[in-house]
Write a protein that binds this ligand. Sequence first.
Ligand SMILES: [Zn+2]
Ligand SMILES: [Zn+2]
Ligand SMILES: [Zn+2]
Ligand SMILES: [Zn+2]
Length: 444
Amino acid sequence: MIKDRGLFFAKAKALIAQNIQGRTFFTRGDLIRFISLNPNVEESVDHLVTLQTLTERRYTDWFEEPDRGRFHPKAPANLNSVWDIASIPPSSFVSDTQIYPIAGSQQVFTCPVCSGDGELIVVCHSCGGGGRRVCYRCAGTGSQVCNICNGSGMRRRFDNRLESCMSCNGSGRKVCFACNGTGSEVCSFCLGKGRVTKLCSKCAGVGRLIRYQAVVCEFKPHEFTEVVSRWGLPLKEMKAAEASSTWQTNIQPSLPLSFSQFPQEVQGAINSVANQAKGLEAGDTRFIRTQLSVKAVPVAHVSFRLHGVPGDAWFLGKDFQRVFIPKVPFTFETWLRLKDWISVGLAILSLLGFVGFALTAPTIYLYGSDNMFWLLLFCCAIWVISGMILLVRRLIAGLILFAVTISILAALIYWVARVERYLNPPDEYTSQQHFFGKRMAWHS
Ligand SMILES: [Zn+2]
Ligand SMILES: [Zn+2]
Ligand SMILES: [Zn+2]
Ligand SMILES: [Zn+2]
């Protein structure tokens, strides 16, 4: 129940604005201004019915593993039914698998893969069985470039005359020191044997395998849910909302249920989830534990208008702190109206002022037309003043505007300086030309 209507409406409006703001790009302030709430609030208590059950499936199976001498039977030899042994179900609704080896079912035998050796002799993958690999130093050629003459075969003497390299006898190449000229080296992986031994993966090196029969107990959790909502609210919202009360009990899905304390629709939902769960018990599967919970969630429905377009919001939970708005009430028209056209106008005005300034400033600077000075001042004022107002209204937009215009201005100043240098060359440049002229004259 809503206790304080004023407080509820203030919070509701803020929550709607926050929700829409997260899904659009309008500011919260604008949205708060344009949202109006309908004073008629419809309240209900909706329910979420959840049935959680843990099932256990049992069967026997054969297992084979390396015989490490750790076979400990956990089920008797003369087992009549897989259900005769006691398993340990997990304490919560989680998956688990337990294996109970049956006494006397085990057979130990020699590993057929390695014939009991525990290891296998295989061809060396590094050399392909040859035991040698191509020399990494000379790439199989058996020789390398002479390091004294760098392959030229010639050497400069102290008196600057050339002579034949003594180190390589003028050939430019020397015998590879790594392979002694053979072009190949011993495989370091198999040490030249061409074969390597590796652990048998079948028996993990033990050499023996053990085969035994075991009872397998598979635990699996299941969940069935049903929402009883006047508004058809989605399951996700009902799950996330805070309950005003939650009622829980353990049940037997196969037995008839009767919970007269709940409204008719909730009782129907309880029977529906129990019926869905019933199908799980078949063949070798049994119920271990089944829990039924009924969560009561207070819901308040508020209709609102966003700039005239109708929308619906639901507030869920004990303190109505969760808002659900299935669709943002937006048409192209609201979108246009919500756009801040004053800021758009300010940005355009400021840019026009800047363009005017950027066109007049170089003209005055380069050609000195003084009568254009007032136009320059006017354009500059429009650029800066409308830009500043934009900066106050929309900080980011204002910053972008000034970042762009000031960058263009910097580029403009650089360009004007270059043009000016071209039109009026500096003095040193002229004098240098004179100097060259004189030098040329002196030469001729
Ligand atoms: Zn083996
Ligand atoms: Zn040499
Ligand atoms: Zn070599
Ligand atoms: Zn090898």
